[in-house]
Design a protein around this ligand. Structure first.
Ligand code: HEM
Length: 242
């Protein structure tokens, strides 16, 4: 039987630009994050290098954060493929999941212009983790090295009476009120744990995400990878979500 292919405009420019900036910044954040975690084993011992790595991570973090915040705004006001309604599970979702699952079993896999139902779940989970990384990262940047947006307030909080907060330096005790520093550390610790364990979970999901995309590309003929570059999907069947 001969198949007839049709091209569909799938992902808007905003979704594609977000996706690749997101992928690049996350990979860089993981790379620098892992160096920070294993600095001793890597022979990085100087205090300046330790702080320098944190600053580099936070700078890349700001690009990641700006990109994510713009994407979240587009989730409300952007084109159809960027809207939250394009992936957040809604009424009838369980039914569509079941019917997609059944179609895989029969071998005649349903095709979609946007995300397939499993993809919708994955994207929802990924966005949730990214938001947790964004919030915990910004809080960590403020409480650990006094970087914006919360760093100014944190330095003012820990500065001893009469000390200019601008003179407070990360990991230095000069001019610091010890009691306030102890309570800042009590807040900083849990956010550090959230940041680290969410990063591990995210690395695991990124691995699954890449494996699933390759599987869809090879088995379902979705041309998912090229569609995230060109914005077009070429499908052999009428998509379920046309
Ligand atoms: C998906 C995005 C991100 C990933 C995968 C990531 C990953 C990591 C990892 C693996 C660490 C090392 C954990 C540790 O040393 O305990 C770390 C630490 C850190 N991250 Fe992120 N990060 C992300 C986003 C951000 C953002 C947006 C910011 C802030 C702008 C940020 C700020 C920090 C800071 C300040 C630390 C150092 C904390 C410390 O030394 O205890 N991160 N991050």
């Amino acid at each position: 039987m001969s198949l007839s292919y049709k091209s569909y405009n799938t992902w808007s420019v905003s979704v594609r630009v977000f996706h690749w900036i997101n992928a690049l910044t996350i990979l860089s954040l993981i790379f620098v994050g892992l160096i920070m975690l294993y600095k001793k084993e890597l022979g990085i011992v100087s205090f300046e290098a330790k702080i320098g790595l944190k600053e580099l991570h936070v700078m890349i973090g700001y690009i990641f954060a700006t990109n994510l915040i713009i994407r979240l705004i587009f989730g409300f006001i952007g084109p159809a493929s960027a809207r939250f309604s394009a992936f957040l599970p809604r009424k009838g979702f369980m039914q569509s999941l079941k019917s997609y699952h059944d179609s895989i079993k029969t071998g005649n896999v349903q095709q979609f212009m946007g995300h397939n139902p499993v993809g919708k779940l994955a994207v929802t989970l990924l966005f949730t983790l990214l938001i947790i990384m964004l919030i915990s990262g910004l809080i960590r940047a403020g409480t650990d090295i006094y970087y914006p947006p919360f760093g100014g307030a944190m330095a003012s909080y820990v500065a001893a009476d009469g000390v200019d907060p601008a003179t407070i330096k990360p990991y230095k005790e000069d001019g610091v009120d010890q009691e306030k520093m102890a309570s800042l550390k009590a807040v900083k610790g849990p956010f550090g744990k959230i940041h680290l364990y969410t990063a591990y979970f995210l690395m695991f999901l990124i691995f699954i995400h890449i494996a699933a995309v390759i599987r869809a590309e090879v088995k379902e003929g979705d041309r998912l990878v090229s569609s995230m570059i060109s914005g077009k999907k070429i499908l052999s069947e009428k998509p379920q979500d046309e």
